[in-house]
Design a protein. Sequence first.
Length: 144
Amino acid sequence: MTQQTVITDEFTLRLSSTRRGARLARALAVQQLTEWCGVPYDSDAARAVGLVTAELAANAITHGHLPGRDFRLTLRLLPKAVRIEVTDTRPERLPPRVATETAPADATSGRGLLLVEAYADRWGCTVRDAYTKTVWAEVTVVAG
């Protein structure tokens, strides 16, 4: 018998593969979390969901972007967590299975997956077709 994840609600939106699109993804994720769970914007859960969404979206626009193609943000409310999914158009560019600190100490980027690992309970990548990949993370949320 396989265990199935129960999804109680879902939110999906296509956003432009730009820095503005990534910022909007973060804001919308926090907004949706507060609507679903009633947690304050400045709560640890909201900060974690915002940070994880921002990192996944930034990776999508940096490493998963093709000109003229958007990325998709999907949020799924699970019984005790929020699953954040960011789908981009570069399935051949998979994230490393384990985040490693390879960036120099003074670099301004290169640590995004380390942050995702730190704030998410689980994360991974799924390729379902030849055109897209979805990087996902689940963050535990305690309702307010």
